[in-house]
Design a binder for this molecule. Structure first.
Ligand code: SAH
Ligand code: AVI
Length: 307
């Protein structure tokens, strides 16, 4: 039997993004609090590396909460380009962002950031700084993570700076608790994937017959999230039939945990030079410089930009 899996990018419809926001406020989910602390403590040092008149391009921006910290410290940023697949969620806080940063050109892009996307023509000439917080790169397999780092280099161009958040390997109990919170919000986030398939593909998943299952896989240094079928069952999706055995799982997410040297080795192997690493021992924020070989993608006009 083939193992069943779903790509984690499908977690993020409007309810899924709202559930992720609740996760970030849970006592057990340390990554958001730690990264915000690191960014607040080091915002002036990070901002001092930005070129004047730059565009900050954020990959998987979510609520843009972390970008606000950098934007508040960096007068050098002329434009902010949040890129996120969760379109309705992306729109939500933009009016407030305009009020808080009235001189900033804000241009959201509803895109799958793994695919080529285009910077709007009026901003295309600005030097670019990439921002990829949240350790979202940990949701890729290491080899895909390397490819994605190369792709970011193509978007922001040779010599550009990337600020990227990376969660660190740590005591297993802390990791397991972060993905098995007492309130069950992570379980809801995981199960929303099935609810979404029901909503959008007319499937008949019985959410009560699947359980959230998350654990640290030490051999691979990753948290694995699964949805486990509690019994033998048959599900219909769009006319197709899918059988599940009792205990069989759908693998819904990996969240790789790096060390600072292991992440820097991945970055070096993908065309980036580590410039600085900031850490509180739990989480890390890296400044990387794109080496020669990253060719900035050209502007082409397109229709999918959000005004
Ligand atoms: N950067 C925020 C949110 C992290 S959650 C933070 O650090 O808190 C991951 C974000 O990436 C979500 O907003 C999700 O919608 C977005 N995302 C995940 N996969 C994506 C993809 N393939 N393309 C674009 N956005 C994606
Ligand atoms: C977005 N991503 C980095 C989160 C993580 O920790 O891997 C998603 C998440 N999954 C469960 N909790 C949070």
């Amino acid at each position: 039997m083939f193992s069943k899996h779903l790509p984690p990018k499908y977690f993020y419809d409007l309810p899924g993004s709202a559930l992720f926001e609740r996760i970030t406020q849970l006592p057990e989910y340390y990554p958001t609090r730690c990264e915000i602390g690191i960014l607040q403590d080091n915002a002036p040092a990070i901002a001092s590396m930005f070129p004047p008149g730059c565009a900050l391009v954020e990959f998987g921006s979510g609520s843009s909460r972390k970008a606000r910290i950098l934007l508040g410290a960096a007068a050098s940023v002329d434009a902010y380009i949040p890129v996120d697949i969760s379109g309705d969620f992306l729109q939500q806080d933009l009016a407030q962002l305009h009020r808080d940063f009235p001189r900033l050109a804000v241009h959201p892009l509803v895109e799958d950031f793994t695919k080529p996307f285009v910077i709007p023509s009026r901003l295309a000439g600005l030097p670019r700084v990439g921002f990829f917080p949240g350790s979202t790169i940990g949701n890729f397999e290491p080899q895909e993570a390397g490819q994605f780092l190369r792709h970011i280099g193509g978007v922001i161009g040779r010599g550009s700076l990337l600020i990227i958040g990376i969660d660190l390997a740590k005591e297993e109990g802390l990791l397991n608790r972060a993905y098995n919170d007492a309130e069950g919000v992570t379980a809801k986030f995981n199960l929303n994937l099935l609810a979404r398939i029901n909503r959008e593909l007319g499937a008949n998943f019985n959410l009560a017959a699947f359980e959230h299952y998350a654990f640290f896989n030490g051999d691979k240094s990753r948290i694995e999230m699964h949805l486990a079928s509690t019994r033998r069952q048959r599900v219909r999706i769009n006319g197709a039939t899918i059988d599940f055995g009792a205990g069989e799982t759908i693998h819904t997410e990996n969240s790789y945990k790096y060390t600072i040297p292991s992440f820097q080795a991945l970055a070096r192997g993908s065309g980036w030079t580590p410039v600085r690493a900031f850490t509180d021992g739990m989480f890390s924020v890296h400044a990387l410089r794109a080496e020669a070989g990253h060719q900035k993608s050209e502007f082409r006009s397109r229709k999918s930009e959000v005004k």
